[in-house]
Design a protein around this ligand. Structure first.
Ligand SMILES: [Ca+2]
Ligand SMILES: [Ca+2]
Ligand SMILES: [Ca+2]
Ligand SMILES: [Ca+2]
Length: 287
């Protein structure tokens, strides 16, 4: 019977080895750091008749968002970023870097209000907030006017808001420690994090860094797949632009599923696993 136990454990180990994988994936919706003159986010819900709107985020790279006409003029709405609004100063205040097509440019600071027209553009064009009555503008709407399509590469502020100091640490809403069974391999964590001047983040699993990158101030999501550890400690560290930081740990205990101890149960399980293995081998050889 001792041999039987050994054979049984060997099969269990074989099956387990097959499924051991470790992986981390993180989602941070805005990948722009603090204080840049470009659009941080394409706002899909506020836009219409446009494709690849994300291509108008960040610095110019000759990769375009496209706006077109389909029963109505397409509209692309971009968010320059909280505390990174375009400011009205002497002369033109921002540039639109564009390819083909002719377009209207409108601005607003609230998504629940109608946008105000700044001007008309074709290709690369500079605009002045002066005539609109806005001293600053966070949201920019670009509307199709004519052509086969309108291509937008980027928005570049000439004058823009920039916070000069920040003494506050970022705030992380703690996630309580928890446990899972060993067969529940996916761990999903979502931290609510905020700061005035978000800059970057790092995630550690058992003191080893697994992810890091720019942080634009949005919540941070982390998915981790594991079956070979008994205790996982995940640490999030976030920094702001002025070097203030915050960190938060969450410990996840992986509970072993107890195996039956008497020999008759072993025999039962051994029989079932053998049958599954035989079926699986049969299936493979038939392919
Ligand atoms: Ca920005
Ligand atoms: Ca101006
Ligand atoms: Ca682009
Ligand atoms: Ca701060």
């Amino acid at each position: 019977m001792k041999n039987m136990k050994k054979i049984f454990l060997f099969i269990v180990v074989l099956i387990s080895v097959n499924s051991i994988t470790t992986m981390g994936t993180t989602r941070v919706s805005s990948l722009n750091g603090y204080g840049d003159p470009y659009a941080d986010d394409f706002l899909e819900e506020s836009s219409s008749n446009c494709v690849n709107g994300n291509n108008a985020e960040n610095a110019p790279d000759s990769i375009f968002a496209e706006i077109f006409y389909d029963y109505s003029n397409g509209e692309l709405v971009l968010d320059m970023g909280l505390n990174e609004e375009i400011l009205d100063d002497v002369g033109n205040d921002f540039n639109i870097i564009a390819g083909e097509g002719e377009y209207y440019v409108k601005v607003e600071n609230s998504l629940s209000k109608p946008f105000t027209l700044v001007g008309l553009g074709a290709g690369n064009q500079s605009f002045d907030l002066n005539s609109t009555g806005f001293s600053s503008a966070r949201y920019i709407l670009i509307e199709y006017r004519s052509g086969e399509k309108v291509e937008i590469d980027a928005i570049e502020a000439i004058y823009y808001n920039i916070i000069e100091s920040d003494d506050e640490n970022p705030v992380i809403l703690e996630i309580a420690d928890f446990w899972i069974f060993e067969n529940q391999s996916q761990i999903n964590l979502l931290w609510e994090v905020s700061d005035l001047t978000p800059w970057n983040f790092s995630i550690y699993v058992n003191n080893t860094i697994v992810e890091s990158g720019p942080w634009g101030g949005s919540n941070i999501e982390f998915n981790y797949l594991t079956q070979d550890l008994k205790l996982i400690t995940v640490k999030l560290v976030v920094w702001d632009y002025f070097g203030n930081f915050a960190e938060s740990d969450v410990a996840i205990t992986i509970k072993v599923i107890e195996l039956p101890t008497d020999d008759s149960s072993y025999l039962h399980i051994f029989f079932i696993i053998s049958m599954i293995s035989i079926l699986a081998i049969n299936k493979r050889t038939r392919r």
